[in-house]
Design a binder for this molecule. Structure first.
Ligand code: ACM
Length: 261
């Protein structure tokens, strides 16, 4: 199967433009699965909760209605980050396929000022069975908690779809470890550009990437250009957790010695 990470540079608040731009990038490449950045349609650096409220959508809102026909026409799956208007406001990712909405993930670990605007995710780390394999979703800062990727791997995720708006420099390299320690693929889609709003100046690091269960960086985009990284992968590689005939990275855990809470 073929996976694509889509690296964008959204204009804050211009949802129509941002969705249009993302669709153009999707249509410039052929893949079975596309990963878009976190909050790809709105931008990231909100000044206050009122702004989030104004730009948030339900899971079946404007962006879904624009991307859904693309997924149908291209017979593909798309995951994208958006501000979700539900019972509360969530920093969410929607997974859509040719037949519509497959599911939603709500970011569990909120980063920095997101804590002022969003409610922490309340759906856990769900995995989804798709025709090509089992996928899990986490969003951006979830990477810093190894428990996120581990939980997805233990639930059988073969690839972690990772919409992001990275500002710290560490994640692209850290995902190599996340993949190695869980023997899973990961597709991190990040944005580029800068948002200086309300006295908070954020620059996004790009470097969207796809990493293999062996920790190989199969593609990594630049720090400052939009684009699409496309890779052919074999998800069966992620079903084999053996490093060698003695070590299975999941079965070999000594859970009796771990203190996780
Ligand atoms: C982040 O979680 N957007 C850094």
């Amino acid at each position: 199967m073929r996976v694509a990470v889509v690296q964008t540079n959204p204009a804050f608040g211009d949802v129509e433009r941002n969705v249009k731009g993302a669709i153009a990038l999707i249509e410039s490449a052929n893949a079975d699965l596309y990963v878009l950045p976190e909050l790809f349609n709105t931008g990231y650096n909100f000044v206050d909760a009122q702004e989030v409220k104004k730009l948030a959508e339900p899971a079946d809102g404007y962006s879904f209605n624009r991307l859904s026909p693309v997924a149908r026409k291209k017979n593909c799956t798309i995951v994208y980050g958006f501000a979700e208007q539900a019972d509360r406001l969530y920093n969410s990712a929607a997974l859509i396929g040719p037949d519509g909405l497959c599911g939603v993930y709500r970011k569990v670990h909120l980063y920095y000022r997101e804590n002022l605007f969003f409610a922490p995710g309340n759906l856990g780390f769900p995995v989804f069975d798709l025709p090509f394999g089992r996928v899990g979703i986490m969003i951006c800062f979830d990477w810093i908690y190894p428990e996120s990727a581990r939980t997805l791997a233990l639930a059988g995720a073969e690839i972690i779809l990772h919409p992001s708006n990275l500002v710290l420099p560490h994640c692209p390299d850290a995902m190599v470890t996340r993949c190695l320690e869980n023997r899973v693929y990961a597709a991190t889609a990040n944005r580029i550009g800068r948002e200086n709003r309300g006295g908070i100046d954020l620059s996004y690091i790009g470097k969207s990437e796809i990493v293999s269960p062996r920790g190989e960086i199969l593609t990594r985009l630049s720090a400052d250009e939009t684009g699409v990284g496309v890779v052919d992968i074999d998800l069966t590689e992620a079903r084999n957790k053996h490093l060698n005939e003695y070590n299975d990275v999941l079965a070999g855990r000594r859970t009796e010695y771990y203190r996780l809470a």
